[in-house]
Design a protein around this ligand. Sequence first.
Ligand code: ADP
Ligand code: DP6
Length: 436
Amino acid sequence: MSSQAFSAPGKALLAGGYLVLDPQYKSYVTALSSRMHAVLHSTVSTNVEIRRVKVSSPQFKEGEWVYNIKGNDYYQSGAINEINERRNPFLEATISTVLTYIQPKDNFDIDITIYSDSAYHSQDGTTVSKSNNGQKKFLYHTKPIMEVPKTGMGSSAGLVTVVTTALLAYFNNIKDIDESTKNIIHNCSQIAHCYAQKKIGSGFDVAAAVFGSIIYKRFQPSLIENILSNKASNEEVQQLVNSSWDFVHDQCALPPHIRLLMGDIEGGSETPKLVSKVLQWKKDKPDESDPLYKALDTANQKLIGVLSDLHNLYKQDPVSYTSHIDSEVTTELSQTILDIRHNLQKLTKLSGAEIEPETQTKLLDNCRNLQGSFGGVVPGAGGYDAICLLVKDDSVNTIVRSTATNPRFQNVTWLNLHEEAQGVRTENVVDYDGLK
Ligand SMILES: Nc1ncnc2c1ncn2[C@@H]1O[C@H](COP(=O)(O)OP(=O)(O)O)[C@@H](O)[C@H]1O
Ligand SMILES: C[C@@](O)(CCOP(=O)(O)OP(=O)(O)O)CC(=O)O
């Protein structure tokens, strides 16, 4: 029996919501300490007939999918059969894509156990389980995954990425995840994620799960169109996975002493509805949308520039850097964040999509005035889901404490999260021993 474990991070899109759907704009994505994990065990099957992948997700009721696999056209219906007819489109698409790419000759009997860190889902009514050596701790829900509210960290992108990694590692005997392996993982995961959703999104969540914190410019959607309409042959899928995609994923990280603080907001928004409203408005009113997209992009690029300048400043002189960011609170970084917000407020007004609605504007204005805060934005598609602040590292505890009893912040739950810039990585299998 062989065993391996992997994890991939969740994400927050700090700058570039909506624009990132278009390959001409760069966005800024922060990878988070909340990660999705996959632990793989495999037995060499002596049974000539067995080609099986079992996926367990023990934190959720009915979290078990057992797939028997037939033939070698893995996107055909009937090729990937769940024995209890349970659906998990993201697992089905991941298994189909990796098997199409690998075309395994031998039998296989693979068990994958999924664990997700606590910030991906609402924590209400959960119980904790710790591994024997105390390295891993996960929350267990009483309901099936479909019924547990999400926080918007990108659970499906994390799932697709770690399961893709585990399967590729098994079939290709991978021990270390180097850059070229990451590209294969990325391409397979993007294809699988689009296939599961039956649409081609911007892919920033999958790219962050693979590469970690990144400045991201999307791939051309046309790359995947044929696969979605089941028009691609197995060879075409293999060539696409092996080819070099034209997209940007430059490694980045927040500057020293600057921390990200994510607040979960009571209430929620549906990203697809917001996206279709914005895209419809963009199509109908180019005279309004063209200049606004340009202005928003200018503010986004300014943020990327200011963060990079802060890194350079630290490199040159770490001592004066610290006093600089103290005075910075009222200056460039917070002004740039405000510029982004003003443009998102305009976008809200003109498109009619509630991206930075009034209650979020009030909340973000209050957050801006907190001691040690550079201000914050509605991340990603915005709406009523979350807020994302940049704050000085030594202010985090004070902010969390001072807002806890303040009625202005009563809708906010600060998530126990920080940036963890590293993308998909190997983990120690023993760290998961003893979990429920
Ligand atoms: N821990 C998990 N175990 C099994 N499946 C999961 C897990 N996390 C996410 N998924 C799959 O991803 C789906 C959620 O995907 P999606 O609606 O795109 O949410 P998100 O925005 O968090 O990615 C779930 O319904 C399930 O199919
Ligand atoms: C609007 C978008 O550009 C960004 C959405 O970012 P979120 O982080 O809000 O995403 P979800 O987790 O799917 O809700 C759409 C996209 O890029 O696909």
